[in-house]
Design a protein around this ligand. Structure first.
Ligand code: BES
Ligand code: ZN
Length: 585
């Protein structure tokens, strides 16, 4: 037995999946997919263990239709259910005939009323970290890359999209079947699709944006710079190998800011701030095309390899596009969120390591800003040790060496030691990788704006100055207010700067948290409305936590969650549920 990923039943000693042929029919009224998954392995003749979660398996056959013996194991709370299949002696294929379960953890089925247009239902998937298994039976570990082709049948009036190259679309009666191919081997968590009333607009030769018609103009404006970002990223990292870089704007319940699904990045509509102030999310997902999708973490224990590198590249791109001051502000906000995350893990400090040990731990529970911002600071420390030019060259060698592979933290460290020995010698690598918290002497970016903002403290900025504040400057200022924040400060700020009415959700949430801590009534009303409009966990978690932190709003948190939980994606609902239970217990 060689199960090397704590989040998968997949066994390295068994045949490995190479290619998936997936067919699915989307049943909106029944909220199910009826599917077949034909998997080709590198060899046959023996047993293979697949990951599933909530799937109802009707049969397992050969491609010719001969039955194959299979058993479903007990359901594990974190891993789901092992599907054990006996591959035929003379073949390396199996076909699983199945239906997705009720409440499949990757999927969100939205009713007409839950979309912006209010006219058509909507379905989308979110497979990272270990939810692909709730949609397709497969070896659901990033160590087991695969190519795929897919045929998805859905109501003809809707648009189906997949994170792969479109092959064709045929209509038959009330239904249409779209076909796609993913020719590069990807980790299963990058499997993704969406179905809804979507329209598109070209952004450049390699990019278009898809969105519900009501937000298409806003989205096309917000992301107009995508082609320039692509060109910058290629200069830094080498050719973009995925062909197209399209963007899909999801309904507001999408639980993340973005998800780097190959050829089709998924984004929350909350980045449509109207001033391009949140396009770093787009830069981040684009950066994953190299750090994450081309070179992937071997498991959720090495998640920082995906996110730390991607934040590093995101900020390199922003430095070119917006200048070093903007990067200093982003890094400062990131450092605040890192310190908050470390404080939040007081009772589980092992989760503040870059290399984590997650046997028995759900990756969604371990999720935090630590792999992002501590990972970023570690890479900055390595870069500072050798200089930017040698570090960029190292980054390109790393991407070249591990292209289309999934690697562990140890493999990265071995490569670092061999390829950048000066950095390895000068930086306390064990403290960064296996130590808890943030090592003393972590890099910090100095900037004139930052110094000015830090000098404010509780003092209100001068009106003339505050009117020039960019969203990030507000975030830095608000993030540094003491908690609980004095009521008088909060009231004066709201009166002067109308922060409760902010259109930038990053600023709004950075404001609502201290305002709630002060018991500011308008903030409470705004929070309750916002929690019903948006399902992005980055916003839900601090707002629910702020409601829970005060005796007089604790019951409101519970009431909001009961009212809104059916609007949230299953991953977000589970996350908030954990938060509520932890506070109650
Ligand atoms: N890949 C992540 C989202 C993710 C992580 C989904 C883990 C499921 C499990 C994505 O690239 C991401 O990091 N999104 C950030 C964007 C931000 C760092 C700019 C987010 O959602 O906030
Ligand atoms: Zn990311």
């Amino acid at each position: 037995m060689a199960r090397r990923d704590p989040h998968s039943w997949a066994d390295e000693a068994q045949p490995r999946q190479q290619h998936l042929r997936w067919t699915a029919r989307v049943d909106f009224p029944g909220r199910r997919l009826m599917g077949t998954a034909e998997l080709r392995f590198d060899r046959g003749g023996t047993a293979v263990d697949l990951d599933t979660r909530g799937l109802e398996v009707d049969a397992v056959t050969t491609p010719a239709g001969a039955a194959l013996a299979f058993t479903l194991g007990p359901a594990d709370a974190v891993l789901g259910t092992c599907l054990h299949i006996q591959l035929p002696a003379d073949g390396a294929h199996c076909v699983v005939h199945y239906r997705t379960g009720e409440g499949a953890s990757a999927l969100q089925w939205l009713s007409e009323a839950q979309t912006t247009s209010q006219r058509s239902p909507f379905l989308y998937s979110q497979c990272q970290a270990i939810h692909a298994r709730s949609v397709v039976p497969l070896q659901d570990s990033p160590r087991f890359r695969l190519t795929y082709e897919a045929a998805v049948t859905a109501p003809a009036e809707l648009q189906t999209l997949m994170a792969a190259s479109s092959v064709d679309r045929t209509e038959a009666g009330a239904e249409a079947t779209g076909r796609w191919a993913m020719q590069h081997p990807i980790p299963p968590y990058l499997f993704a699709f969406a179905v809804g009333a979507l329209q598109s607009r070209d952004l450049g030769p390699r990019s278009r944006v898809w969105a519900e018609p009501e937000v298409l103009d806003a989205a096309a404006w917000e992301f107009a710079g995508v082609d320039g970002m692509l060109t910058q990223a290629e200069q830094l990292l080498g050719p973009y190998v995925w062909g197209r870089f399209d963007v899909l704007v999801l309904p507001p319940s999408f639980p993340y800011g973005g998800m780097e699904n190959p050829t089709l990045t998924f984004l929350t509509p909350t980045v449509l701030a109207g001033d391009r102030s949140l396009v770093n999310v787009l830069a981040h997902e684009l950066a994953h095309s190299w750090t994450g999708n081309l070179v992937s973490n071997a498991s959720a224990e090495d998640f920082w390899l995906n996110e730390g590198f991607t934040v590093f590249v995101e900020r390199r791109l922003l430095s070119v596009l917006e200048g070093p001051e903007a990067v200093a502000l982003h890094a400062a906000v990131g450092r605040q969120s890192l310190d908050d995350a470390v404080a939040g893990f007081r009772s589980r400090p092992a989760l503040t390591r870059l290399r984590t040990h997650l046997q028995g731990v759900d990756p969604d529970d371990a999720y935090s800003q630590v792999p992002y911002e501590k990972g970023y600071l570690f890479l900055r420390a390595l870069e500072d040790a050798v200089g930017a030019v040698p570090f960029d060259a190292f980054l390109r060698r790393y991407l070249h060496r591990f292209a289309f592979q999934s690697l562990t933290t140890q493999e990265f460290l071995d490569f670092l030691q061999a390829e950048l020995p000066e950095a390895f010698a000068r930086v306390d690598v064990p403290a960064w990788v296996d130590g808890e918290g943030v090592p003393a002497g972590a890099p910090s970016l100095a900037s004139a704006r930052l110094a000015a903002l830090k000098s404010f403290g509780l003092q209100l900025p001068e009106a003339a100055e505050a009117r020039t504040f960019r969203p990030l400057e507000w975030q830095v200022y608000l993030g540094r207010l003491p908690r609980p924040t004095p009521r008088a400060t909060v009231e004066a700020l709201d009166a002067a700067y109308k922060l409760t009415a902010s259109r930038n959700p990053d600023v709004l949430v950075a404001w609502l948290v201290p305002a709630l801590s002060a018991g500011h009534a308008p903030a409470l009303a705004r929070t309750e409305a916002f929690l019903g409009e948006v399902g992005r966990m980055k916003y839900l978690k601090p707002l629910y936590a702020a409601l829970l932190a005060r005796e007089d709003t604790r019951a409101r948190a519970e009431a909001c969650f009961q009212r809104y939980r059916s609007r949230y994606h299953a991953i977000a609902a589970a996350g908030i549920e954990t938060l509520l239970r932890r506070r109650a217990g």
